[in-house]
Design a protein around this ligand. Structure first.
Ligand code: MG
Length: 246
């Protein structure tokens, strides 16, 4: 292929919207939200990334779960010993971050999109963030892990502890310039934010920030953000989004 053609092809590949499976590809048979199975399914599907959430137990273990509670237990007030045998809806045992990282390494080529959940106190949140960074380092998963959070404190802690990490802010209440000034790498906003601020996609790109949009589940919305050149779409329907993005 002539050089110009190759460069144009590379340019168009770079511009393609990448698809992230929200809480893994949990709608696949045998999977559940935030399960190890949903991570493997996202990997098999060929999604760019598999998103999941982490929380901290009272004895400072990091577990993978969206809600602050599981089976009636408030995770931050419960020791890991009481949670370790709980099962997800697909029968899988509640995963720890450590287990997720081990399986993530097997899923080479799939980015782990790790959401740090806001904790009740800054102290707990700092502890959770530090533990996460420590585990990611211990498993040599820095390049395969990208961070997201609604907590500005967690985003700043991530930036401080792992300066080269990709850190995107979920809150939706900061203009791209404020995110840039905070030295985070991207905005990761609910799609309704871009109804109010349609200029934020181009503005973010002009500032060198990435743009991720969640949770984009309707085909028309997927088409809209692909056309608007969002870098990432986070969706509960990654198979559909992948087809539309190619
Ligand atoms: Mg999440």
């Amino acid at each position: 292929m002539p050089l110009l053609g190759l460069l144009l092809l590379c340019g168009s590949l770079q511009a393609q919207t990448k698809i992230i499976a929200h809480r893994g590809y949990w709608k696949a048979p045998g999977a559940a939200q935030n399960s190890v199975a949903s991570l493997y399914m996202a990997h098999e599907l060929g999604a760019y990334g598999s998103e999941f959430d982490v929380n901290l137990t009272s004895d400072k273990r990091v577990v993978v779960n969206h809600d602050p509670t599981i089976d009636g237990y408030l995770i931050e007030q419960t020791p890991f010993a009481l949670l370790r045998d709980l099962r997800l809806s697909n029968g899988e045992i509640l995963p720890t971050l450590e287990q997720y990282l081990v399986h993530g390494k097997v899923c080479k080529g799939t980015q782990l999109i790790l959401e740090i959940k806001a904790q009740a106190t800054k102290q707990d949140e700092d502890c959770l963030t530090a533990k996460v960074v420590e585990l990611v380092r211990a498993h040599q998963m820095e390049a395969q892990t990208e961070y997201i959070s609604f907590s500005r404190n967690a985003c700043s802690e991530l930036r401080r502890l792992q300066p080269a990490a990709s850190v995107s802010y979920l809150g939706g209440d900061l203009a791209p310039q404020a995110v840039k000034d905070s030295t985070w790498t991207g905005i990761d906003y609910n799609q309704t934010v871009f109804d109010k601020h349609p200029e934020w996609i181009k503005e973010a790109h002009r500032l060198g920030l990435t743009v991720n949009v969640w949770t984009v589940d309707k085909p028309d919305d997927m088409k809209r953000f692909i056309k608007e050149k969002a870098d990432f779409l986070t969706t509960n329907h990654p198979a559909k989004a992948l087809k539309l993005s190619r």
